[in-house]
Structure formats: C-alpha cells, structure tokens
Design a protein around this ligand. Structure first.
Ligand code: ADP
Ligand code: F6P
Length: 320
C-alpha cells in the first residue's frame, strides 16, 4: 500500500480542480496516508514548492474556481533531465505516488514521468475543453459551458434589440465541444467547429436568407479552433452587409464558482484516484462513461483523439 502521495494541478486551470484536489487530500488522510500539495504544477516539483497538507489545508476551497495549488506550463519538465530532477525531489520527501490533475498535455507529461522513473501516477482530466479521450466528462467543462450560456443570453438581448448578427468566439483549443454545447443550449443559428468542414460564403448566404424570411437577429458561435472570431465577424459583415458585433469570451470561461456537476463529479474522481493510487494502481486516468466512473489506460487517453459526438452536431443543426 502506498501511503505517501503528492497531488498537483497542471496546464490550463479549470473550475472543479479544487474539488478534485480536496477529495484526493481528504481521502488519503482518511485512509491513514500522508499527502503533499505541489504548487504550480510540474514547476513546483522542480522548484521544490511543496508542503504536507492536512484536512484544514483544503477547507473553504470547494466553491472557488481556479486551483488553490496554482498551476503553470513548465518547459523544463518537457525534458528527460527535468523529469528526473522532479523525481529526485519527490524521493527526498518520500513521495511514492502522484495524482496529476490537468489536460492532455499534463497527462502526456505524467505518462513520461511514470515510464522514465516507474513512479506510480494516476491522472484526472482537468480541462474546460472536454477533449480527453475515453471520458465523457472533464473537470470544469460544465461550469465553462454555463459561463458561455450566461454570456450568450446577454448577447441575444442586445442583438435582438439592434437586429444584429452576434458572433461569439469560445475556447476549446482544437475541440468543438464547448461551441457545440453553447450552440445547442444558446439556440445559435450557426456553429463553426474544427470537427466539421464549412463554407463561410454559404453561411453568409443562409444568414441573409433567414433575414429575408423575417429573422430579426442571429447568433453565430465560433470555436477558437477554427480561427479568429473577429476575422470571421468582419468577413460576415462584408459579405452580408449587415450589422455584426463580435464577442471573444476569453478567460472568463476558465474561472467562476464550479457548478454542482463539476463539484460532485470532480470529488468522485478525486476519491477514486486516491484510493486507486494507494492500492498501487498506476498509469490510469479516472473519468466518466455514461455516468459511471471508469479507469482509462493513460497511454490510450493521450494517444487517441476524442471524437465529438455526431449526435450533438446533428442536434445543433436540427434546432436552428
Ligand atoms: P494542458 O495540461 O492543459 O493540456 P499543457 O499542454 O500546457 O496544458 O501541459 C501542461 C504541462 O504539462 C506543460 O507545461 C509541461 O510541463 C507538461 N507537458 C505537456 N506536454 C508534455 C509532453 N509531451 N512531455 C512532457 N511534458 C509535457
Ligand atoms: O485548455 C484550456 C484552454 O483554456 C483552452 O481552451 C485555450 O485554448 C487555452 O487553454 C488558453 O491557454 P492560456 O491560458 O495559456 O492562454
């Protein structure tokens, strides 16, 4: 049984990371183990920014967005020497296993550290992008989707008032999940995502036609993975000769108090990860499949591209 565990959050922060880390800490302590908080992701392992945590250390964080452990994108950890140095710093504190909460990049780093050092590692999918293979859900995607919808409701009000086309650019890196969900829940006329080809001239022609048929305003959701919302907005304005206003939501999508879904699911995943690691399991990522917690092989999770559910794309088109 592994009793001395480290936990870190890495890469882009996401609402719910605190809930997951809190569950890891409290589960390890409940099982009689010791747990170290590693600050600022993999950089904390290299800069030796880590401290032993107790139950009070994770009090009053469940409701907060971001991550109390901090996070970073760490170039040094991308090198085998950097990873070995990180491992040496873990050994100095007797840390026998690691829980890594982060996106596909952080999980890639975890896989290399485990392969190169043999240290047991369990991952949790912490990213608003919902782009980790093998899981229906990633920590923070629900809160981010709700933040987007809150903005879209407001944009609809002003677009309707002025009879304009509102173009809204949302995050997601190379994945169109956030945009598709925003399109369905926000009632968008157009959803542009990397997973599907589109012709902007056809999009413009359809927008003009819908106006001619009496539509007062339109909402166009653009996944950042297809390009700049500002450029696309300019193109639509030139082509349609209609009033277009562009909103790039940016990092408000990363913050905010996590939803019930993100708090509960992240807590479930945190508990499972801690128990599995203490039991000696390694090279797995815990996620959800059809509502159930599942263990996904880490190598599979980082080498496969998560497809966007075609039913969602079809639904977004159907409901226009
Ligand atoms: P995310 O985890 O949100 O996808 P990044 O892709 O920036 O974010 O990854 C976060 C950190 O994980 C990087 O700064 C780096 O330290 C580590 N990492 C990412 N990709 C790799 C890789 N291929 N090999 C080793 N470490 C990696
Ligand atoms: O992966 C999460 C994410 O928010 C992506 O949606 C976005 O492309 C990227 O991170 C932004 O990264 P940064 O915070 O470094 O600008």
């Amino acid at each position: 049984m592994i009793k001395n565990i480290g936990v870190l959050t890495s890469g882009g922060d996401s609402p719910g990371m605190n809930a997951a880390a809190r569950a890891v800490v409290r589960t390890v302590l409940y099982e009689g183990g010791k747990v170290w908080g590693i600050y600022d992701g993999y950089r904390g392992l290299l800069d030796e920014k880590m401290e032993e945590l107790n139950s009070r250390s994770v009090a009053d964080i469940l409701q907060r967005g971001g991550t109390f452990l901090g996070t970073a994108r760490c170039k040094r950890f991308m090198t085998p020497e950097g990873r070995m140095e990180a491992y040496e710093n873990m050994k100095k504190r007797g840390i026998e296993g690691l829980v890594v909460i982060g996106g596909d990049g952080s999980l890639r780093g975890a896989s290399k550290l485990s392969a190169e050092t043999g240290v047991p590692i369990v991952g949790l999918p912490g990213t608003i992008d919902n782009d980790v293979w093998g899981t229906d859900y990633t920590i923070g995607c629900d809160t981010a989707a709700n933040t987007i919808i809150d903005a879209i409701n407001k944009l609809r009000d002003t677009a309707s008032a002025h009879s304009r086309i509102a173009v809204v650019e949302v995050m997601g890196r190379r994945c169109g999940w956030l945009a598709t969900l925003a399109g369905i829940a926000g009632g968008a006329e157009v959803v542009l995502i990397p997973e599907r080809e589109f012709n902007l001239d056809d999009v413009c022609a359809n927008l003009v036609k819908s106006y001619e048929n009496g539509r007062r305003y339109s909402l166009v959701v653009v996944a950042e993975g297809v390009g700049s919302g500002i450029d696309i907005g300019k193109y639509i304005e030139e082509k349609t000769q209609m009033d277009v206003r562009v909103s790039v939501l940016g990092h408000i999508q990363r913050g905010g108090s996590p939803t019930v879904q993100d708090r509960v699911k992240a807590s479930q995943l945190g508990e499972k990860a801690a128990l599995a690691l203490m039991a000696g399991q390694t090279d797995v990522v815990f996620g959800f499949n059809k509502g159930k917690v599942v263990a996904i092989n880490l190598h599979d999770a980082i080498t496969n591209k998560k497809p966007l559910d075609p039913e969602y794309i079809e639904l977004a088109d159907m409901l226009v």
